[in-house]
Design a protein around this ligand. Structure first.
Ligand code: AGP
Length: 606
């Protein structure tokens, strides 16, 4: 996600743009920039780092002008740097563009533009848009933009300015949010409402494939065919703080609800003609002859690693060792150039994970990093990087980053399986089809959040909760337990269901809440017998299970059923109700959900 602001009116554009971008930093904050039409030239200033770096620079070297666009970036293509910051301009410098989204066909467009004689100054997907508009420009900016948009595949929210048309701004969107603010003698473009709430509460909500032309006193909106669209004015009645959360009470619930989009953004650029299209810089010979895969991470990311272990061993038959980074780095582990070492880290800055990466690298292993932050330490130090495109995750409790981590592990598994010949075309097609349905299945679960909210209302005052699961369900049980304890402060533990009789069942007494994860069809009967065991001791059983787990649902006191996909992919779906359960228990207990006590979003110290 990135933040976009545009202004056209009679005030100093740079001031209003910076003010708006400050309200959008939660959408991205690794670099920022502005482009302002100033005395018949288009002046661009852009800086790596937080928005303050740009703002301080503009204090020293202000840009005068009343029309402009600005951007605060969350890098997806091209690490944070001055050059990769937005706005991006045409070669002539006449046209500037800021963009939020992912242009999936940017490499093909970039190649074609280079063959047409264009030169690029950045590694971003966005820069192709500026050159395409230039290429199509024959005197009409709107026509050039329309032709450009027809060539783009993927998602975009755009603000465009041109020195040749100093009396208009153009805005356009597809799959990324964009609004137009209506002022008096001035008008605004923004990714999100918080950016302009200090200036106006009247907005047009731009729909997919609509294009808006803003002048100081008028706003015209067209559909993709150039037909005028009549729009109602939306009056915003939110305060600024709730607007930053998109109207939601907390970032955590906003980020859970963003999971379908995050999954889609992480998946779709990596699928092509029904196959996984993933470039990892790991020698194919190593993939074919690897001795072992080692996955190291912390917390929620570690739980994604456990899923990876079960999935990769089951599908590829490669031994997988998964370990907590803080343990791995001090046990003098056996690792060498015959191993593939995968680190998973949302922030890419977790101290223990980074230390483990460096140790494995010193010992010769090939490093793959799965991270949500472009340009993070793990992304720079790994041999190959796979980004989760979940967008900034602000809440301390990791949710959308986790489900996209799981998805990334699966994609990596398929890629390696195809290289090794363990996955044939038929199995790859089955897997890709199943993964392709996951975002809408996740949406289906989220639409059932009221049920989960009521279940949380029944249980939020408990002191202890136990999560049970077998195999991949045990991985989800561990993640669900962590989520609950870290944001509701309810004591929670996860047990391998088969371990109950080896001690933990002594904890079960009348009314104890036991949350059973059951999605692995071959283990339903085993899990059902575990439910009987704990119910016989008075437990209250909540099952989080697939819709096909009839026996489990019959035995449980209450259940949340999730749509069925391939067993191996079920963790992406069963983990979502555990996130919602933890969230609503925390809200009921009056806890600051986004900032639970004692925790930090990124543990950059040991
Ligand atoms: C997740 O809910 C926790 N906040 C925490 O366990 C987190 O997953 C862990 O600190 C690892 O962080 P990373 O993914 O940024 O490395």
């Amino acid at each position: 996600m990135c933040g976009i602001v545009g202004y056209i009116g009679n005030k100093q554009a740079a001031d209003i743009i910076i003010e708006g971008l400050e309200k959008l930093e939660y959408r991205g904050y690794d670099s920022a920039g502005v482009a302002v039409i100033s005395q018949d030239t288009l002046k661009v200033t852009k800086k790596q780092g937080r928005l303050k770096v740009l703002a301080d620079f503009l204090e020293e070297e202000p840009i005068e002008g009343t029309i402009g666009i600005g951007h605060t970036r969350w890098a997806t293509h091209g690490a944070p740097s001055d050059e990769n910051s937005h706005p991006h301009t045409s070669m002539s410098g006449d046209i500037a563009v800021v963009h939020n989204g992912i242009i999936e066909n940017y490499m093909q467009l970039r190649q074609w533009l280079i063959e047409e004689g264009y030169t690029f100054t950045s590694e971003t997907d966005t820069e192709v848009i500026a050159h395409l508009i230039d290429h199509h420009y024959k005197g009409g900016l709107m026509a050039a933009v329309q032709k450009t948009l027809r060539q783009l595949e993927g998602s975009y929210a755009l603000a465009i300015t041109s020195i040749k048309h100093p009396d208009i701004l153009i805005a356009a969107r597809k799959d990324s949010p964009l609004i137009v603010g209506i002022g008096e003698g001035e008008n605004f473009i923004a990714s999100d409402i918080p950016a302009i709430l200090n200036r106006t509460r009247k907005v047009y909500l731009i729909e997919d494939k609509e294009i808006a032309i803003l002048e100081k006193d008028t706003i015209s909106i067209f559909d993709e065919y150039g037909v005028t669209v009549q729009k109602d004015v939306f009056e915003v009645d939110w305060d600024v703080e709730s607007a930053e959360k998109g109207g939601y009470k907390h970032f955590m619930i906003k980020e859970i609800l963003e999971e379908p989009k995050a999954l889609r953004d992480t998946l779709s650029p990596r699928l092509k003609d029904g196959k996984v299209d993933l470039d990892i810089d790991i020698d194919e010979e190593l993939i074919k002859n690897v001795r072992r895969i080692i996955i190291v991470a912390c917390g929620t990311a570690y739980h994604a690693g456990i899923v990876g272990k079960y999935a990769i061993e089951k599908t590829l038959g490669i031994p997988v060792e998964v370990d907590i980074a803080s343990e791995y780095r001090y046990r003098d582990p056996v690792v060498s150039s015959r191993d593939i070492f995968i680190v998973i880290s949302q922030s890419g800055e977790t101290a223990d994970t980074l230390a483990a990466l460096r140790m494995a690298k010193r010992k010769g292993a090939k490093i793959i990093a799965i991270t949500n932050v472009v340009g993070s330490s793990v992304s720079r130090e790994a041999d190959s990087v796979m980004y989760t495109w979940a967008g900034p995750e602000i809440a301390v409790a990791s949710t959308k980053a986790h489900t996209t981590q799981l998805l990334s592990v699966y994609l990596l598994m398929i890629k390696m399986g195809v290289v090794r010949g363990d996955i044939d075309d038929a199995l790859q097609k089955q897997m890709v089809d199943a993964l392709g349905k996951i975002p809408e299945q996740a949406q289906e679960i989220i639409e059932n959040e009221e049920t989960i909210k009521m279940m949380a209302h029944r249980h939020y005052s408990i002191h202890d909760a136990y999560f049970l699961g077998r195999n991949l369900d045990f991985a989800v049980a561990q993640e669900g337990s962590l989520k609950l304890k870290e944001i509701s402060y309810i004591h929670s533990e996860a047990f391998a269901a088969g371990e109950l009789k080896h001690g933990p069942i002594a904890l079960i007494e009348e009314g104890t809440l036991v949350i059973v994860i059951a999605s692995q069809s071959s283990l339903y009967e085993k899990t059902a017998s575990n439910i009987k065991e704990v119910k016989a001791r008075g437990a209250h059983v909540m099952a989080i299970c697939s819709e096909s787990a009839d026996m489990v649902m019959t035995l449980a006191d209450e259940h949340i059923a999730v749509p069925v996909t391939m067993d191996i992919f079920m963790p992406i779906l069963t983990v979502i109700p555990t996130q919602l359960l933890a969230y609503y228990c925390s809200v009921e207990r009056g806890i600051d959900v986004d900032k639970p006590r004692n925790l930090a979003k990124s543990v950059t110290v040991e």
